[in-house]
Ligand binder design. Structure first.
Ligand code: ATP
Length: 256
């Protein structure tokens, strides 16, 4: 049985809409009237076809994009106020500093916050270990694989101790085997850290490997979350199990 750890909302979204068009007489909405509640500690998947607005929604939750209408509350605060969210990008190359080592990349945010050296080293060490990077701390991003870079990005974000992890197709650029390993690693890290995770993907298998709940978005424009499934399967999940296949068929039917 999948247990959603704490039943208290982390994110509450009501009637959220977004348009990029300036023309008020002919507004095209990317998102229209999105409703979503995510509990603290939950692993939530946003699943939908390319271009439906998954990244737009995630970027609004991150505070990178302004909403057009509606409510977006994070831990009770309005989205525009500072709240503790960490964002994992698809491409680690745009997130990591190539001139810093693995260790220095993980340390960066803590240094900016002027965390004292001793404490900084302790935190960096623990997240390097948690992310499976021990022994690689003196390497530069150019000396490690794509999967390792994503581990560095994850360690760096986690070192800042966000309550919410926002992940935009973080494994999309990895080969199939590395991707599977990273999915398992992410579940292990999530179980150890108890973060709220919102993970964007258009891969049904990935959604089912990871999510406690999957929200399916309709094709845009005016996209919203039209169906939600609780995935009542224990971790780690077996891709070849009949139960997994059963969920796969249900979710797949939305895209036939
Ligand atoms: N800054 C912008 N200005 C104008 N239109 C935009 C902007 N950002 C996104 N859009 C449009 O909003 C729609 C949703 O884009 P978005 O990137 O959120 O979709 P997505 O579901 O994440 O797609 P993908 O899976 O391909 O990454 C698309 O039609 C896109 O062209």
């Amino acid at each position: 049985m999948t247990v959603i750890k704490e039943k208290s909302p982390s994110i509450v979204i009501r009637g959220l809409s977004k348009t990029f068009s300036e023309d008020t007489s002919d507004k095209v909405y990317v998102l229209k009237d999105v409703d979503l509640t995510i509990q603290r500690g939950e692993f939530y998947i946003l699943l939908g076809p390319s271009g439906c607005g998954k990244s737009t929604l995630l970027n609004m939750i991150a505070g990178f994009l302004e909403k057009t209408d509606g409510q977006l509350n994070i831990h009770g605060a309005n989205s525009n106020h500072d709240s503790n969210r960490g964002f994992i990008f698809q491409s680690p190359d745009s997130a990591l500093f190539p001139w810093l080592t693995v260790e220095e990349n993980v340390e960066f945010g803590l240094k900016m916050k002027k965390v004292p050296l001793e404490e900084r080293k302790r935190i960096v060490h623990s997240y390097i270990e948690l992310a499976g990077l021990s022994g690689h701390h003196h390497k530069f991003p150019s000396e490690i694989s794509g999967g390792m870079k994503q581990r560095v990005q994850l360690a760096r974000v986690l070192a800042n101790n966000p309550d919410i992890l926002l992940m935009d197709e973080p494994f999309g650029a990895l080969d199939a085997m590395t991707r599977r390993t990273m999915q398992k690693e992410l579940i292990r890290i999530w179980q150890e850290t108890n973060k709220t995770v919102i993970f964007v993907t258009h891969d049904i298998q990935e959604a089912l490997m990871l999510g406690q709940r999957i929200g399916i978005m309709s094709i845009g424009p005016s996209s919203k979350i039209t169906s939600t499934y609780e995935i009542d399967l224990p971790y780690p999940r077996e891709i070849t199990s009949p139960d997994f296949n059963h969920y796969y068929e249900i979710v797949q039917s939305h895209f036939d």
